[in-house]
Design a protein around this ligand. Structure first.
Ligand code: B12
Ligand code: SF4
Length: 585
C-alpha cells in the first residue's frame, strides 16, 4: 500500500500550497495516509495475506535524497495499492502509479478511496491503473481481489470493483458491498507496530511526519454522516449518491472501547474520537463513556461534536473521564452563513452556552473552528470573525482552555458534495470538472490558482486576503490573552506577513512575461517551502498533551519479542476469506 505526496515531485516544484493543511497534523503535501490502510491491512493479514504500508510522502519529506523510483523498483508485491482518498492527491497518486507500471508492467495497480470512487471510470482509463475499488468499505473486496489475482476467484463478481479488461474497456461491477455496521473491521494500531518490527521500517509506516513527537491516534465511531454540510464530500448526500451508503454504519461501543484500550496499551498520545458519537443515540453514548471509565483511560481523549452538547452531557463526561477535550466546527459566527452551509441545526448562542458548560465541567480544552469560503459568506463577514472571537473570550473570562482557529476551505470543494455537484445552487463557480482538470490545478504556483472553485460572495483575491488578515488579527488576540507565547506569536506574525507578500509576488510573476515565469518561480522556491507550514497559526497550537508511562515501554517490548518470535517460527493462523458472501446493503 503506497501513500503518495499530493504533488510529485514537490521537492523540485515551486508551489505556494498556502494554509491548506494548517488545521490537520500533515504538512501541505498531505503525507497522512488514510486510516483505511490500517483497517484493510489488518483485515487482509487476518485472512492470510501479507501487507506492507509504505508512506512514500513521509519518506520523501524526511530524506530529500530519497529515491522513489529505486524504492519502487526494488519492491516485488502481488499488487500495488494506492490511495486517492483525498482529491489533493490526484497528481501525486497517479504519478506514483506510473512509476509502479514503469518498473513492474505486469503487476496490477489498485486504487481506492472516496475521490477514486467518485472518478472511478476516468481513473481506471489511465494506462497505469488496473483496478479501482469504490465505496467506504473495501476491506473484504480488496481481500477477494488479491485472492483472485492469486488464481483463487474471479474479478467479475467482486463487489464495488471497476476494472479494465485486456482490450482496454472499463467494466463497472455493482457497488453493493456496503456493510450495515463497522464491526468486522478493526482499527488496531498494534498491526502497524508489528509491521514496523517485521519490515524493520519505522519511517515508512508513520502516519505523518511529526507523529513520533506527537503520537496522536484516531478512533472511529462510524462510517457515513447524518448531516448535510453542502461542501462536504462525506455528507449523508455524498454517501447516498456516490458511495452507495444510505444509512450510517456504527461500530459497537464495546468494540470502540476495545480499540481505545489497545491504543492506551502501546501509545502515549492523545486519542481523537472521530465522527460525533452522539449521532448514535443515548444508549450508545452511555455504553461508550461508561466503557471508557471501566478501562481506566489515562490518555487524554478528544471528541468531535457536530452540534453543541448540553450541560448535563458534560457533567456526565466529567464524572467518567479524567482528561477530555472537545472540538466543534462552528464555521461562522453568523447564524445565516452557517445555515447556508447546512448547519442550520444550532445557533451561535447555543455554542457559547455549550462552551461555558464544558469549561465549567472539567473540559481540558475546547477547540473551535471557523472556515472561510462557505456559501453567503462575504469578506466583511470573514473579517468580523476576530472581533467575534474576542467577545467570546470576554464571555469565558479569557479562559485559555478555549482555542479558536480559522482557515480557508482549500484547496478544493469536495468531489461528490452537494456544492460540487450543483455549484450554482450554492453560489459557487466550479473551475474543474474531471480528475485530469484537478491534476493540472495541483501544479499551479499558488493555492489561489490551485483552488477548484470561486464563491459569488468572496472572490479568490478576497479569500486570500481575508485568510491572511484574519490569521494576523487572531494571532494578535492570542498573544494579548497569553494563549500564544510572545516569541511564537511574533514568528507567526512574521510568517503571515511574508506569506501575504509572497502571494503578491507570485501574482505579479503570473501576470508578467510567460517566458520568465518558470525561472522567477524557481527563485522563490526556498521562501515558498518555508512559508508553506503553520501559515495562519503555529501548528503545535493544535496539539493536545501527551505523556509516556512505563507500561507503554513494557507493552512495546513484549510486542517486539512476540512478533520477532512469530516471524522466526512462522506462527500465524489465517482466517479464510469470506468470498461469496454478500453484505447487507
Ligand atoms: C477522519 C477524517 C480525517 C482525519 C484523517 C484520518 C486518516 N488518516 O484517515 C483528519 C482529521 C486528519 C482529516 C484530514 C483531512 N481531510 Co478528512 N475526513 C475524515 C472523515 C471525517 C472520516 C473518514 C473516515 O471515517 N474514514 C474511515 C476509514 C476506516 O476508512 P478510509 O480511511 O476512508 O478508507 C476506506 C476507503 O476510503 C477505501 N480506501 C481508502 N484508501 C484506499 C486505498 C486503496 C488501494 C483501496 C483499495 C481502498 C482505499 O477503503 C478503506 C477501507 O474501507 C471524512 C468525512 C466522512 N464523513 O467520511 C473526512 C474527509 C475524508 N476528509 C476530507 C478532507 C478534504 C480532508 C483534508 C484534505 C482537509 C484539509 N484540507 O486539511 C485533510 C487531509 C489530511 C491528509 N491526508 O494529510 C474530505 C475528502 C474529500 C475528498 N474526496 O477529497 C472528507 C470526505 C470530508 C471533509 N471535508 O472533511 N480527515
Ligand atoms: S462536515 Fe458536516 S456532513 Fe461532513 S462529516 Fe462533518 S458534520 Fe458530516
Amino acid at each position: 500500500m503506497l501513500h503518495a505526496p499530493s504533488v510529485y515531485d514537490f521537492r523540485t516544484s515551486s508551489i505556494m500550497f498556502g494554509p491548506v493543511s494548517d488545521m490537520v497534523p500533515s504538512t501541505p503535501i498531505f503525507e497522512m495516509y488514510p486510516l483505511g490502510f490500517t483497517t484493510m491491512a489488518e483485515y487482509m493479514e487476518r485472512h492470510g495475506l501479507r501487507v506492507r504500508i509504505v508512506n512514500l510522502a513521509v519518506l520523501m519529506l524526511n530524506k530529500p535524497d530519497f529515491d522513489v523510483e529505486a524504492a519502487i523498483r526494488d519492491m516485488d508485491p502481488v499488487a500495488f495499492g494506492i490511495d486517492l482518498h483525498w482529491l489533493p492527491h490526484a497528481q501525486g497518486s497517479v504519478e506514483i502509479s506510473k512509476i509502479c507500471k514503469k518498473y513492474h508492467p505486469d503487476t496490477p495497480v489498485v486504487f481506492g478511496g472516496l475521490s477514486a470512487s467518485y472518478f472511478h471510470e476516468e481513473l481506471a482509463s489511465y494506462p497505469s491503473v488496473d483496478y479501482v475499488l469504490r465505496g467506504d468499505s473495501t476491506e473484504e473486496p480488496i481481500t477477494r481481489l488479491l485472492y483472485a489475482m492469486k488464481g483463487k476467484g474471479r474479478v467479475d463478481d467482486i463487489p464495488n470493483l471497476t476494472y479494465k479488461t485486456r482490450d482496454g474497456s472499463v467494466v463497472v461491477n455493482a457497488l453493493d458491498w456496503v456493510p450495515a455496521d463497522m464491526n468486522d473491521i478493526s482499527l488496531d494500531y498494534s498491526f502497524n507496530m508489528k509491521a514496523v518490527i517485521r519490515y524493520r521500517d519505522m519511517m515508512g509506516f508513520v502516519p505523518f511526519r511529526d507523529w513520533l513527537q506527537y503520537p496522536v491516534c484516531a478512533s472511529l465511531t462510524c462510517r457515513g454522516c447524518t448531516h448535510n454540510c453542502v461542501t462536504c464530500g462525506g455528507s449523508a448526500y455524498s454517501f447516498k449518491n456516490h458511495f452507495g451508503r444510505d444509512k450510517i454504519a456504527f461500530r459497537d461501543p464495546e468494540l470502540l472501547v476495545r480499540d481505545i484500550e489497545h491504543i492506551q496499551k502501546y501509545i502515549p498520545g492523545p486519542i481523537f474520537v472521530l465522527n460525533d458519537f452522539l449521532q448514535a443515540g443515548r444508549d450508545y453514548v452511555a455504553a461508550f463513556v461508561k466503557g471508557l471509565s471501566k478501562i481506566n483511560l489515562r490518555n487524554p481523549i478528544g471528541f468531535e461534536f457536530f452540534k453543541p452538547p448540553a450541560e448535563e452531557f458534560y457533567e456526565f463526561l466529567n464524572a467518567h473521564l479524567k482528561d477530555y477535550s472537545v472540538e466543534i466546527s462552528i464555521e461562522s459566527h453568523d447564524d445565516d452563513v452557517r445555515a447556508a452551509f447546512g448547519k442550520q441545526h444550532y445557533t451561535t448562542s447555543q455554542v457559547e452556552d455549550s462552551i461555558q458548560a464544558a469549561l465549567k465541567h472539567g473540559c481540558s480544552r475546547f477547540d473551535l473552528y471557523f472556515m472561510t469560503g462557505i456559501p453567503k459568506q462575504t469578506a466583511q463577514s470573514v473579517l468580523e470573525t476576530p472581533r467575534y472571537i474576542e467577545s467570546l473570550y470576554e464571555k469565558v473570562g479569557g479562559d485559555k482552555r478555549l482555542l479558536c482557529f480559522s482557515s480557508p476551505m482549500a484547496p478544493f470543494l469536495d468531489p461528490g458534495s452537494m456544492a460540487f455537484d450543483d455549484p450554482e445552487r450554492f453560489g459557487y463557480r466550479r473551475l474543474a470538472d474531471t480528475l485530469e482538470d484537478h491534476r493540472k490545478l495541483l501544479v499551479q504556483p499558488s493555492w489561489k490558482h490551485i483552488m477548484n472553485y470561486e464563491s459569488d460572495y468572496l472572490s479568490k483575491e478576497d479569500m486570500v486576503e481575508t485568510t491572511y488578515e484574519v490569521g494576523l488579527r487572531l494571532n494578535r488576540i492570542k498573544a494579548r490573552l497569553g494563549i500564544a507565547e510572545p516569541a511564537v506569536a511574533s514568528l507567526t506574525e512574521h510568517r503571515i506577513l511574508q506569506a501575504r507578500e509572497a502571494m503578491k509576488r507570485i501574482d505579479a510573476i503570473m501576470a508578467g512575461d510567460p517566458v520568465q515565469r518558470e525561472t522567477s518561480l524557481a527563485a522563490l522556491k526556498t521562501d515558498m517551502d518555508r512559508l508553506n507550514e503553520s501559515t495562519v497559526c503555529e501548528k503545535t497550537e493544535l496539539n493536545w498533551p501527551a505523556y509516556v508511562g512505563f507500561h507503554h515501554v513494557w507493552h512495546c517490548f513484549v510486542l517486539w519479542v512476540t512478533e520477532n518470535l512469530a516471524n522466526l517460527l512462522n506462527l500465524r493462523q489465517p482466517v479464510p476469506p469470506t468470498a461469496g458472501e454478500t453484505s447487507e446493503a
